[in-house]
Design a protein around this ligand. Sequence first.
Ligand SMILES: Nc1ncnc2c1ncn2[C@@H]1O[C@H](COP(=O)(O)OP(=O)(O)OP(=O)(O)O)[C@@H](O)[C@H]1O
Length: 300
Amino acid sequence: MAEILARTIEVTRKYSAVTALDRVSIDIHAGELVGLLGPNGAGKSTLVNLFAGLRRPTSGTVELLGGSPLDPVRRRGIGVTPQETGLPPTLRVGECVDFVAAHFPAAVDRGALLERFGLDDLVRRQIGGLSGGQKRRLAVALAFVGDPRLVFLDEPTTGLDVGARRALWDGIRQFHAEGGTVVITSHYLEEIEALAERVVVIGEGRVLTDGTMDEIRGLVGIRRVTLTSAELPDLPGVLGVEHDGSRTHLLTVDADALVRELVLADVPFSDLEIRPTSLEEAFLTITARETITARESQTA
Ligand SMILES: Nc1ncnc2c1ncn2[C@@H]1O[C@H](COP(=O)(O)OP(=O)(O)OP(=O)(O)O)[C@@H](O)[C@H]1O
């Protein structure tokens, strides 16, 4: 098994009454490209900030490159792009890269880095004169300046158009192809599908699933059964119900069994359609279902 570059062991992080992370244990191995996926407020940024030494856990242990993330020597081995960054507006792009590079013993070549992130034409431009998308690309490029073994990218492509997002993905893929390790959080399922080999789904501060993209898809092989019916009884195996005008959508893992139940229930229905859910729908269903299960076990 590859070396563990970062890990949390039973980590809990509270902010007053809010439990942002609840006994989370995750290992990040050398060479992995891990996607952290979860709805707003799930705890993804908190996890990244703990790994980057920007926050301390309330309880449990966080390890980075074999030591503590609070140790500056370990931190020099990583690169981070937080969710929000403020870059000095009067500095030129090239100066900003040089400034960050001065903090590291072995910085990468500036020209190659800017080219990798499509910023080579902007080396003399003041940061205040960059577009929002260009600033975001620079913020992501800065994570790679110190030639890190491991980078944490917290929603790196928020606010980027499709072209810029794809260019950034190429930069991340190239780093990974050269042996780099990446942990990326995203709201975009398309982004996690395009990049990550391993997907960790986080909801309400807990790890809900941790597997390959294919395992996650298989695990959530949920179907959408859509029909028109005036009145439907409660049917077994239904994970979620949505109404859309006269149409009712039923989410289930076993559409055949559900259709048999519908016929046995002897209720009139018409225009039955069955189709696979998108990963997005499946993901929303898992997080909702896990949350319900967690609530039930807390109240039991
Ligand atoms: N500094 C803070 N003070 C108080 N509560 C906080 C703080 N930071 C985060 N939280 C809370 O902790 C929980 C987890 O937040 P976190 O930002 O880690 O989630 P996230 O998954 O990154 O969300 P998003 O996708 O919206 O960025 C949320 O309920 C949030 O409101």
